[in-house]
Write a new protein. Structure first.
Length: 278
């Protein structure tokens, strides 16, 4: 079967990459595993909380247990697929497919009881996500998408907004754990604020992308994010009729409805250049 390479920056997906029944199988497995991981979240057995990149970047037993559960489920059902997980899972596969997992996106929120945290499971083919499931475990909302089908929330079709003027767009964003990086990101946001309606920051990149897909945000932009933070959400935004791109070198994700895409990218680039972030 011929396959076209779709880089992480691709804004559209082509059809016929995999048989429809295999895509359905992948989506159903991702949904089932996200539901099982959500049960781990609900148990709230955080154990000893360690730090990763900085003292404000925590990892709990919930992160580790949820990732082990998801990884075991994938290995059992699809032993030839690769797996990349936030909590150090890295398994090489030979099927051409790789699962990209964030077992608890929004760990700080989870530890504080702030209601914005999720399980994020994506499946990529040739670097492009073709399946995305994000389970908002604080609100019991499951977002799901597969290539060639509409995005869904709890079984109902969702779509991005029709906003076409950046000046009235509600923009979501996020900030890094490293203080110096956060300071730089704050300077960029200060440049963006006069050009948009307002800013929202909820603390789970995966949920923020789903907020674009369902129209709770007109757009989302963040730097310093990893592929496991965004892979599933990008698939969901695209299936909801939006545009979403991840730039690995900059670790930057941008997502919006199609009508403000160019305005958004131009304005973000201008702001980053002005403060020396590019």
């Amino acid at each position: 079967m011929g396959r076209r390479r779709l880089g992480k920056g691709a804004t559209t997906l082509s059809s016929s990459l995999l048989p429809s029944d295999e895509l359905d199988e992948l989506l159903n497995l991702a949904m089932d595993l996200s539901s099982q991981a959500a049960e781990v979240h609900l148990q709230r057995q955080t154990g000893h909380v360690n730090s990763k990149s900085t003292s404000t970047d925590p990892v709990s037993q919930v992160d580790r247990d949820a990732e082990r559960l998801i990884t075991a489920g994938i290995r059992l059902a699809r032993p030839n697929d690769g797996i990349l997980g936030e909590e150090e899972t890295a398994i090489q596969g030979n099927s051409g497919l790789r699962w990209v997992i964030d077992p608890l996106d929004g760990t700080v929120n989870y530890l504080y009881g702030f209601p914005s945290h999720s399980v994020s499971i994506g499946v990529e083919l040739d670097d492009s996500p073709i399946i995305g499931v994000v389970y908002d475990t604080a609100h019991d909302e499951m977002y799901a998408a597969r290539i060639d089908c509409p995005a869904m929330k709890n079984g109902r079709t969702i779509q991005v907004t029709s906003c076409q003027d950046l000046s009235i767009a509600l923009l979501g964003t996020g900030f890094a754990y490293e203080p110096a990086v956060r300071e730089q990101q704050g300077l960029v946001v200060a440049r963006l604020l006069p050009r948009i309606r307002d800013i929202r920051r909820a603390g789970s990149c995966a949920i923020d992308l789903c907020s674009v897909a369902i129209g709770r945000l007109d757009a989302f932009y963040e730097t310093g994010v990893e592929w496991w933070d965004v892979a599933a959400g990008i698939a969901i935004v695209r299936s909801a009729g939006g545009v979403a791109v991840y730039e690995p070198l900059q670790k930057r994700v941008i997502a919006s409805g199609p009508l403000i895409w160019k305005q958004l990218c131009d304005t973000i680039n201008e702001a980053e250049i002005a403060v020396g972030s590019q």
